[in-house]
Design a protein around this ligand. Structure first.
Ligand SMILES: Nc1ncnc2c1ncn2[C@@H]1O[C@H](COP(=O)(O)OP(=O)(O)O)[C@@H](O)[C@H]1O
Ligand SMILES: [Mg+2]
Length: 361
């Protein structure tokens, strides 16, 4: 049985459905992420799970039991807010044990739980320090320890890394993955940052206008987006209009106006005559001279239109015969060489027959 289940949950503000018929199933021990643009309903979902807000329709179940009649403070669920909100004038130990003292627990019990929580987040030696004496990563661990002392079944984290600069954020991400694995507690994490979602999560639900567009593991979401919204929201992708011309037993043949035929892997729910887009990631597009790409099923002439040098990689924009510009991403493996192909150079563009995906409108 799933640890947490949302069944057809809807939340309206006036006529507007902020959360629109959402069903989700989250397993114990999962690092589950709600990913979507601002306003897509992520926070509203977390608030309903926590019990700070209530569905207008549908059910939220924990261990199979409907939470409707359980007030927020009785739910074994803890919310970690953005920036972690540590008390600057309290020591690490006092920050962590604060919820227990508020609940007037027995002092011996408090000491026991505090010691365990400190060990869980590897801060046993830092109990008497103050937040400003700790690194960002250590502060994050204090915040999590404070969440853990009440032994919740579920931890909700709303854009908790949102306020950090890129470098610290990356460190905190690594830290968060490790902590989640070590303490083994279920996380429901909210972010609008797709790279963060891909890096952290076991599974991701992509949200758009109150609805769930797709739920999948990061690599499947990235590799096999189910529609244009997901394809566009996660990473970069080239798209061009295409129509299904033929379906073999392992491949689709797509007709692209002004270009010709593209071979791409067979998909379910696709029939000859369907119109949509062919989508392919920039790192799957290769560019080179005639001979370099001869073995690829899909290859077309192209002209280098622009080059964006980004240090680790270069992004080439190449114009195809149909006027479409595709992006190709090349790693800069050779030091000090930024430009492999010149602007205006006529080259070949190609990709493998098992790359790319056909998406319905
Ligand atoms: N209390 C409220 N009253 C009216 N509208 C709300 C309220 N809370 C959220 N909304 C609206 O619901 C939508 C989803 O909000 P939210 O769940 O905060 O999105 P996210 O966290 O994905 O940015 C937004 O359009 C927001 O303006
Ligand atoms: Mg939000």
């Amino acid at each position: 049985m799933a640890l947490l289940e949302l069944r057809n949950v809807t939340r309206r503000f006036g006529d507007f459905a902020a959360v629109d018929d959402v069903s989700l199933s989250i397993e114990a021990g999962e690092f589950f992420t709600l990913l979507g643009p601002s306003g897509s309903g992520k926070t509203t979902i977390l608030r309903m799970i926590a019990g700070f807000d209530f569905p207008d329709a549908g059910q939220i179940l924990l261990d199979g039991k409907d939470l409707a009649d359980t007030p927020a403070e009785k739910r074994p669920i803890h919310t970690v807010f953005q920036s972690y909100a540590l008390f600057p004038h309290l020591s690490v130990a006092d920050n962590i044990s604060f919820p227990l003292r508020m609940a007037r627990r027995d002092p011996a019990e408090i000491r026991k739980r505090l010691t365990a929580a400190l060990e869980q987040v590897r801060l046993s030696g830092k109990a008497d320090r103050y937040p400003h004496e700790l690194s960002g990563g250590q502060q994050q661990r204090v915040a999590l320890a404070r969440a853990l002392v009440n032994r919740p079944r579920l931890l909700l984290l709303d854009e908790s890394l949102g306020a950090l600069d890129a470098k610290l954020r990356e460190e905190m991400q690594v830290e968060l993955i490790n902590l989640q694995r070590e303490v083994g507690i279920t996380f429901v994490f909210v972010t609008h940052a797709q790279v963060e979602a891909l890096a952290l999560s076991h599974r991701i639900a992509v949200m758009n206008q109150g609805r769930v567009e797709q739920v999948d593991e990061p690599a499947r979401l990235y590799g096999f987006p189910r529609n244009r919204f997901v394809a566009d929201f996660i990473g970069h992708i080239n798209m061009m209009e295409a129509q299904v011309a033929a379906a073999g037993h392992s491949h689709l043949h797509l007709a692209v106006a002004g270009l010709g035929e593209i071979v791409t892997p067979l998909q379910k729910d696709v029939a000859v005559g369907d119109k949509g887009v062919f989508a392919i990631r920039p790192e799957q597009v290769r560019i080179g001279l005639q001979a370099d790409l001869a073995e690829l099923k899909n290859h077309f002439p192209g002209e280098v239109h622009s080059l964006l040098y980004q240090g680790d990689v270069s992004v080439y924009r190449v114009r195809l015969p149909n006027g479409k510009v595709v992006e190709a991403l090349l790693p800069n493996a050779a030091p000090g060489r930024a430009e492999l192909f010149r602007m205006g150079a006529v080259i070949k563009v190609g990709w493998r027959h098992d790359a790319g995906v056909f998406l319905h409108e």
